[in-house]
Design a protein around this ligand. Structure first.
Ligand code: GLA
Length: 383
């Protein structure tokens, strides 16, 4: 992350002034996909790629925002009808609105930001942006909002201003991240636990298909609706079931004839995936990376065949990983494109990457992108 770049552009754009600088990262998720909005477990960690923003009060009642990467400038006020059209600016506007809805008092500010989280790669660049501003505004205006509420402000921004009915995982990881640790979050109770993650003899890398699904957000919302529909059906017999987290496979089978085949598959995947997170945490406590890897492959299979959020390129990379003897590999994040996350033995690493690049390029006529990840700290003030 290039702090100097942000500082110099801010200066240039806002008459040589200097403000405060904040950052918040993107995330990986070892396992537990599409479980968050079902009240299940997730197992993310913040990464060493994120957003950096500089902010300074400007004495008006307007936000003057500059996106350094997009070279785009937008001004907006704090009322609902001031919503900017540019989608990047809606994230900042949404965070302001959600703070105001919670009683926070804001004043106009100038801001410029840039980031190095690849867009649309499943590493949560949007959560990084929301968390940066939620954290920054809370700090600058001394609002005293707790960390969970900051994450919820980012999530509500997605729901109310960006049209994605996401869960809490991405914003949680971006705010709560800790260097060297993954975090198991129970999305029903919001209890969480840090797990030091230092798989000796292994490397964790992401391979980006560079596929970006146009309709990813509507498909995502549709998955969520399937889950809610199954819950409503199960709850007729079992009123204690409020989320898929509360349901068992037996309960799901009881309603097999009352839900569509598609909704059934979606719920089957989620119920299995919630258990896989717990299995992976147990395995990690024994340093049993073979089991961790097996569960990752199971997740990929479920996301591809039951939840149907994979794509040809992701399935292809998953097959290459299997063929090369990679310990674990799966599509990461919401899906419909983006990256696979791979747990690879040190001695296989070079060969695997070479083979993945070669076979992917042969098949699709372009190369994927490789990111090595370092588990890092969450939202913080830099200067
Ligand atoms: C996106 C959402 C998260 C989560 C993942 C899938 O990243 O923002 O809330 O649902 O997809 O696990």
């Amino acid at each position: 992350m290039d702090i100097e770049k942000v500082r110099s552009r801010f200066k240039k754009h806002f008459d040589g002034t200097e403000g405060s600088v904040y950052t918040s990262p993107g995330r990986i998720n070892l396992i537990g996909e599409h479980t968050d909005y079902n009240g299940g477990f997730v197992f993310p960690g913040a990464i060493d790629k994120g957003m950096v923003a500089e902010l300074k009060l400007n004495g008006t009642d307007k936000v003057c925002a500059y996106s350094i990467d997009l070279k785009d400038y937008v001004e907006f006020g704090f009322n609902e009808e001031d919503a900017p059209r540019a989608s990047w600016a809606r994230y900042i506007f949404g965070v302001c609105r959600e703070i105001i809805k919670r009683g926070g008092k804001l004043q106009g500010f100038n801001t410029a930001f840039a980031g190095d989280v690849p867009l649309g790669a499943g590493m949560s660049s949007s959560a990084a942006l929301e968390s940066t501003y939620a954290f920054a505004l809370n700090d600058m205006f001394n609002l005293g909002i707790d960390k969970f509420e900051l994450a919820k402000i980012g999530q509500a921004t997605e729901h109310n201003y960006c049209g994605v009915m996401c869960g809490i995982m991405d914003q949680f990881a971006s705010i709560f991240g800790k260097e060297g640790s993954l975090i198991r979050l129970d999305c029903r109770s919001l209890e969480y636990k840090y797990f030091p993650f230092n798989p000796k003899g292994y490397r964790l890398c992401l391979l980006d298909t560079l596929v970006k699904h146009e309709l990813a957000s509507s498909a995502y919302n549709k998955r969520r609706e399937s889950c809610e529909h199954v819950v409503a059906t199960i709850a007729k017999k079992h009123p204690e079931v409020k989320l898929l987290r509360d349901a068992t496979m037996e309960m799901l089978k009881e309603v097999k004839d009352e839900v569509s085949a598609e909704d059934f598959m979606r719920a089957e995947y989620v119920i299995e995936e919630i258990q896989r997170v717990l299995d992976v945490c147990d395995a990690l406590e024994r340093d049993d990376y073979v089991t961790v890897g097996e569960k990752m492959y199971e997740t990929h299979h479920g996301m591809s065949k039951l939840y149907e959020v994979s794509c040809e390129e992701l399935d292809f990379l998953n097959d290459v990983a299997k063929r090369c003897g990679v310990t674990g590999s799966r599509v990461m994040g919401g899906g419909f494109g983006g990256c696979t996350i791979n747990l690879v033995k040190d001695e296989l690493y070079e060969d695997f990457i070479a083979e993945a690049f070669k076979s992917f390029t042969d098949k699709f006529g372009r190369s994927p992108k490789l990111y090595e990840v370092k588990i890092s700290d969450g939202a913080r003030k830099l200067a």
